[in-house]
Ligand binder design. Structure first.
Ligand code: GCB
Length: 609
C-alpha cells in the first residue's frame, strides 16, 4: 500500500474538495440505486468527519450508512496504465462504486485501501464515484462497540472507548495511475558498520505479463542524500546498499535520504517510485529503548486526531500546529492512540525527528461503555470468551498486517502498540495475544519492539499477557480515577506499591507510561487546588513524576493527552475529555509550562544504566 507519488511513470491527483453527501436514515440507498447518483444537493468537505458541520443533533449522532459522491476526470493519456482511487481511510466500512459498478469494499476505518478502476472508467471523460460508508460499531471489528436502537427507531453508537465515533471520509482521496508492471511494495532495514550504514532492502513487483521472464526486467535501487547527490546504488529485487558515513536519522534530526526504485527493461523505464527514508536502528536492550544504539528516554503524549469542526478529519494546519507545540514543549515521542493516523502525520514526524509508537485500532476489547473507569474497579467481562472472537481476531490480524505494511518504512515508527486496554485478567486472552504479537513480528522487516497499553487492573499479579510485550506500556490514573484530591498521598503509596510489584518481577524490560493525567478545565484556577483545576493537574503530574523518577526501569512518559478532545456525552465528560496539556484549540494549560521545564532538562539518555 505505497503512498501515492508522482514520478516519470506514475500520477497522483487529489480528489479532495466538496462532495455530494447524504445520510441514509431510512436505509433505502441500496434499494433506490444511490450507487448511480445521490438524491438532493447537499455538499460536504472531504477529508473531514461529517458530524460537526451541522446544527442538527440527529446528524451529529447519526449511526448507519452515509453516502458520498463526486466526479473525477480520467485523462486519455492514462490508457494502458492501471488506474485506481486510493482512500486514506473510510470509517469504518465502505463500498465504492464507479459508474454504478462496485469497485471495492473495505472494512476497518483507519487504514488506506485501493479501488482499482482501470476497466470501469471512461477515459477522457468524467466518471461518477459513489462511496457508501457505514459507521456502526460492533464486537467483530476494531475499534469495538455496540449500536443501540432507541425506542424512536433511531440508531446511536455506543463505543467501548473514550473518543467520539467520528466517521466518514476523513483522509485524503487520490486518483492514481501506475504502470501495469509496477513496484508493489518495498522494505528496508538497517545495520551499522562503523560510520557506514548497510541498508538491506527488498522490492516486490507485480503485474508482470505472462510469458515475460522476470529477469528481463531488472530492479534498480538508487539512494540520494538530502542535497540530491547520489550516494549509492544497487540492483536486484533484494540486496544491500552501503552508505558511506551515513547521516543517521535521530531524535530532532530528521535527516532523510531519497530511495528511488526503478524497474527497467534495458534502457526502457517501466516503473519508478521514490520515497524518503531515514537510516536508524531501534531495539530494546535490557531496561533501555535504544535508537542507533543509544538510550532514549521517551517524553511526549498520547494523542488523538481531533479538532474543532473537522473532527477526526486530516487537517494540515492542525498537524503543523501540533508539531510546533510538541517541539516547543520538548517532547520527542507520541503514541497514535487509538488508531493508525493519517499518513501525512508520519511523514511530518519523519522530517521533524519525532518518534511514534504506532497503535492499531484495537481499543474497546473490554465490554463496557467506560472501560477506562470500570476496568480499574476489577470488573470482568470475559470479553475473550465471546463467540465473536474468531471474527474479531481475523479482522484485528488483518489490521495489524495492513498497519505494518503501510508504516514499516517510516523512521519515526519505533514500536507497534497492538491493543489499548484489553481485558487481560482472563486466560482466554492468552492465545489471542499470542497470535497478534507473532503476526506483528512476522510481518515487520525491522522486527521493531511490540507492546500494548495496559489498563489499571492489568497489574503485576493479575495480567496474563504482559510477557508478550517487548516493553511494558502502563496506563495509570492513581490520583484521578482513584484516590484523587486530598487523598493523593495515598494514591502515591498505592502507585509505588504497584511499581514495587513490577520491580519484584525482575523482568529486565523497560516500562513506559502511555497514559497518566487528570481532566482539567482551562477556565479553572484554584489555590489550594481542587480536582479539575490547573493547579491540581500540575500537582498530580509532580506526584507521578516523583514515582517515575524513583524506578530506573521506567524508560518513558507519554502523558494523556496532548490536547482536549471530543468524546460521547455523559456524566464523566464535560463536552469531551479535558486531560489535554493543551486545549482543543492547541493553547497551553499551566501544565504545559511545567512539562516544558521538566522535559527540556531531562537528558536524552535519562536514567542510562
Ligand atoms: C484510558 C483510555 C483513554 C481514555 C483515558 C481517560 O485509559 O485508554 O482512551 O481517554 O483513559 O481519560 O480516561
Amino acid at each position: 500500500m505505497l503512498y501515492p507519488r508522482n514520478s516519470a511513470t506514475r500520477r497522483a491527483v487529489s480528489m479532495d474538495g466538496m462532495w455530494k453527501f447524504s445520510l441514509d436514515g431510512k436505509q433505502e440507498g441500496e434499494e433506490k440505486g444511490w450507487k448511480d447518483g445521490l438524491p438532493g444537493s447537499e455538499m460536504i468537505p472531504v477529508p473531514a468527519s461529517f458530524q460537526d458541520f451541522y446544527t442538527d443533533k440527529d446528524i451529529r449522532e447519526y449511526t448507519g450508512d452515509v453516502w458520498y459522491e463526486t466526479e473525477v476526470y480520467v485523462p486519455g493519456e492514462w490508457k494502458g496504465k492501471e488506474v485506481a482511487i486510493r482512500f486514506g481511510s473510510a470509517t469504518h466500512c465502505a463500498k465504492v462504486y464507479v459508474n454504478g459498478m462496485q469497485a471495492a469494499a473495505h472494512e476497518g476505518g483507519f487504514l488506506p485501501f485501493l479501488a482499482v478502476v482501470t476497466d470501469i472508467v471512461q477515459y477522457n471523460a468524467f466518471n461518477r464515484v459513489v462511496v457508501q460508508v457505514n459507521n456502526e460499531l460492533s464486537e467483530t471489528r476494531i475499534p469495538c462497540g455496540a449500536t443501540k436502537v432507541l425506542k424512536n427507531g433511531k440508531k446511536m453508537s455506543k463505543p467501548y472507548f473514550d473518543f467520539f465515533n467520528y466517521s466518514g471520509l476523513q483522509r485524503p482521496v487520490k486518483l492514481i495511475a501506475y504502470p501495469k508492471e509496477h513496484v508493489e511494495d518495498y522494505s528496508v532495514s538497517f545495520e551499522f558498520d562503523g560510520a557506514d550504514a548497510l541498508i538491506h532492502y527488498s522490492v516486490e513487483t507485480a503485474g508482470i505479463q505472462e510469458g515475460v521472464p522476470q529477469e528481463a526486467h531488472e530492479v534498480f535501487v538508487d539512494l540520494y542524500d538530502a542535497e540530491k547527490k547520489q550516494v549509492s546504488s544497487a540492483s536486484g529485487r533484494e540486496g544491500m546498499i552501503r552508505v558511506p558515513e551515513a547521516h543517521k536519522w535521530d531524535v530532532g534530526d530528521g535527516y532523510l535520504y531519497e530511495i528511488r526504485i526503478q524497474i527497467r527493461n534495458g534502457q526502457e523505464l517501466i516503473d519508478e517510485y521514490s520515497d524518503r527514508i531515514g537510516i536508524r536502528t531501534v531495539e530494546v536492550r535490557g531496561r533501555d529503548i535504544l535508537l542507533n544504539g543509544r538510550k532514549v528516554y521517551l517524553k511526549g503524549f498520547g494523542k488523538h486526531e481531533d479538532s474543532d469542526i473537522v473532527g477526526r478529519g486530516f487537517n494540515i494546519g492542525v498537524m503543523k500546529r501540533d508539531f510546533e507545540c510538541m517541539k516547543w514543549i520538548g517532547a520527542n515521542c507520541f503514541r497514535t492512540s487509538h488508531y493508525p493516523y493519517s499518513e501525512e502525520i508520519y511523514q511530518m514526524a519523519d522530517r521533524e525527528g519525532i518518534l511514534i509508537i504506532d497503535e492499531v485500532a484495537a481499543v474497546g476489547l473490554f465490554r463496557s461503555l467506560m472501560n477506562f473507569a470500570e476496568a480499574s474497579t476489577g470488573k470482568r467481562t470475559s470479553f475473550f470468551q465471546a463467540p465473536t472472537i474468531p471474527e474479531l481476531l481475523a479482522h484485528h490480524l488483518q489490521c495489524v498486517e495492513d498497519m505494518i505494511c503501510r508504516d514499516k518504512n517510516h523512521p519515526c515508527v519505533i514500536a507497534w502498540s497492538l491493543f489499548n486496554e484489553p481485558e487481560t485478567t482472563d486466560d482466554a486472552c492468552v492465545p489471542y495475544f499470542e497470535k497478534i504479537f507473532s503476526r506483528a513480528r512476522e510481518v515487520d522487516p525491522q522486527k521493531r519492539p511490540r507492546t500494548f497499553a495496559m489498563i489499571g487492573n492489568s497489574g503485576p499479579d493479575t495480567c496474563k499477557c504482559y510477557q508478550f510485550s517487548d516493553f511494558l506500556s502502563l496506563n495509570r490514573y492513581y490520583g484521578w480515577y482513584s484516590m484523587g484530591g486530598y487523598e493523593i498521598s495515598d494514591a502515591e503509596e498505592a502507585f509505588r506499591e504497584e511499581m514495587d510489584g513490577w520491580a519484584a518481577k525482575q523482568m529486565n524490560k523497560p516500562v513506559i507510561f502511555t497514559e497518566y493525567g487528570t481532566d482539567t478545565s482551562s477556565a479553572e484556577h484554584k489555590l489550594p487546588s481542587v480536582m479539575w483545576s490547573q493547579e491540581y493537574q500540575v500537582e498530580y503530574l509532580e506526584m507521578c513524576h516523583r514515582v517515575f523518577d524513583s524506578y530506573d526501569f521506567v524508560a518513558g512518559e507519554l502523558v494523556w493527552n496532548f490536547a482536549d478532545f471530543q468524546t460521547t456525552e455523559g456524566i464523566m465528560r464535560m463536552n469531551g475529555n479535558k486531560k489535554g496539556i493543551f486545549t482543543r484549540q492547541r493553547q497551553p494549560k499551566a501544565a504545559a509550562y511545567y512539562f516544558k521545564k521538566r522535559w527540556e532538562s531531562l537528558p536524552r539518555d535519562y536514567k542510562k544504566g
